[in-house]
Write a protein that binds this ligand. Sequence first.
Ligand code: XIL
Length: 469
Amino acid sequence: MHPGPRRRRRTRTWGAAIAMTAAATTTVALAAITTTPARAASGTLDELAAAQGRYFGTATDNPELSDAPYVAILTSTEFGAITVGNTMKWQYTEPNRDQFDFAQADTIVALARQHGQVVRGHTLVWHNQLAGWVSSLPSGQVQSAMENHITTEVSHFAGQVYSWDVVNEPFNEDGTFRNDVFYNAMGSSYVADAFRTAHAADPSAKLYLNDYNIEGLGAKSDAMYNLAKSLKSQGVPIDGVGFQAHLAVQYGFPTSMQQNLQRFADLGLDVAITELDVRMQLPEDAAKDASQATYYRNVVSACLAVSRCVGITIWDFTDKYSWIPGVFTGEGAALPWDATLAKKPLYGEIASALGGTAPPPPPPSSGCHVTYQVSSQWNAGFVVNLTVANAGSSAVNGWTLAWTFPSGQTVSSGWNGRFRQSGSTVTVTNAAYNATIPAGGSASLGFVGSYSGSNTAPSGFTLNGTACS
Ligand code: XIL
């Protein structure tokens, strides 16, 4: 059993929750006729994750805490873990040498603890959002400045922080070490030194390496793997590797994610998804949403398939406060709550993936397409061939096709269906043998009719009450 964060306030009986049945089927619209709703996952995201021995968390940031409706969700049982999104970073905590300020981070830590949520500390050693003075140190002073920073910050939060991203983003895309101030001063040994220093300051905190673009196999994740393996073999106190997972629908899903997580776990390390979001080029549309939902589901599935994957953290939960639009021009819509703090359908996808249930039924894509072809016509009579195509995403079981004649025509006799006419309105119900029209399939039928004067084709058809094209 992996050492996960201690659980909180969970009184739910999971068996009972899972036994709850889904809502009754609806039969009104064409596309809903045959949908069998998947068993809905029940419970908040963290409750569902907890039932799988994981946590589900979110990042947050201090300016957002004045938004009461936001805080209500943040501190709800949706989230069992909170990452301090900015204010534990060096530029905030030690803006000037030896001048420490933990006030903002303390606020978030206190809020989380008050609500039984564990805290992921982010981050101690990173090239970015670093205080300017560090970069201008003579290289001989970098190590002591780094150790002092780590010791002071980790000691301050000792006993309150579940895990630390000790070193963030050490690698370039090609797997070489980033030439930041730490590497330039100490070579790759800065990593081991940082972990040892953090461990000395809080021996119970879980210590992580963290990076982006290491979700799948590749040069960068190989470099991370080799580093983690080497740290382990040197006895460096490393507990886990964090996979940021800032994904984008236009770049493809890292399909080797599960395999990649597993190889890190096989080193005897925990793994965690630490900053998940899935952005898209705006405007949002149904195809991008569908792809995004698949990405989220895939990430959840990869984590659940690896027993040492301890949890998933999204990088804030609402588009209202996502970092994406500010950093990736023209992109956004990356998170499961929208900018009005309403849950998107994506939320349900994540919940069902966490609950291990089948995906929710696709939103009813409805549609039928009717062709009405007069195949022959004489002085007062005519013959029509009709096809009814099901353009929806699920089969139609039992159908009624209706139309209204525009110029007083009447049906004399029909085939492949039961024809009735009342005034100018014709309704045709299926015959026993063509009751089912599969998604993408069609039914053919026809009739002999009579007319006088003009024989204008009807324009509006409905199938089971839904308008067809
Ligand atoms: C981001 C924050 O969300 C932004 O508010 C800030 O302006 C920049 O940093 N990888 C990380 C995080 O490890 O710390 C970054 O957070 C997002 C990318």
